[in-house]
Ligand binder design. Structure first.
Ligand SMILES: [Zn+2]
Length: 71
């Protein structure tokens, strides 16, 4: 278990971003890796976090739109 700050180089603006894994939320996650969306300035970075709270992958999202599935 780690609750320290994590950091990554923002793939969009190349600045170092410090972020914290929301462990309380991750405890309820059943499947890993799970995406964590980090808002940075006016863009978003999607990190995939594995069950050890390590970053498995990052993705660029220049915009983030939450879609609602129709039932
Ligand atoms: Zn950035």
């Amino acid at each position: 278990m780690t609750d320290g700050l994590k950091w990554l180089q923002c793939p969009i603006c190349k600045e170092t971003v410090y972020w914290k894994v929301p462990e309380k939320v991750l405890k309820n996650v059943k499947r890993f890796p799970t995406p964590v969306i980090i808002k940075h300035e006016d863009h978003y970075v999607v990190c995939y976090v594995d069950s050890h709270y390590q970053v498995a992958d990052t993705e660029i999202a220049s915009a983030f739109i939450e879609a609602k599935a129709k039932e």
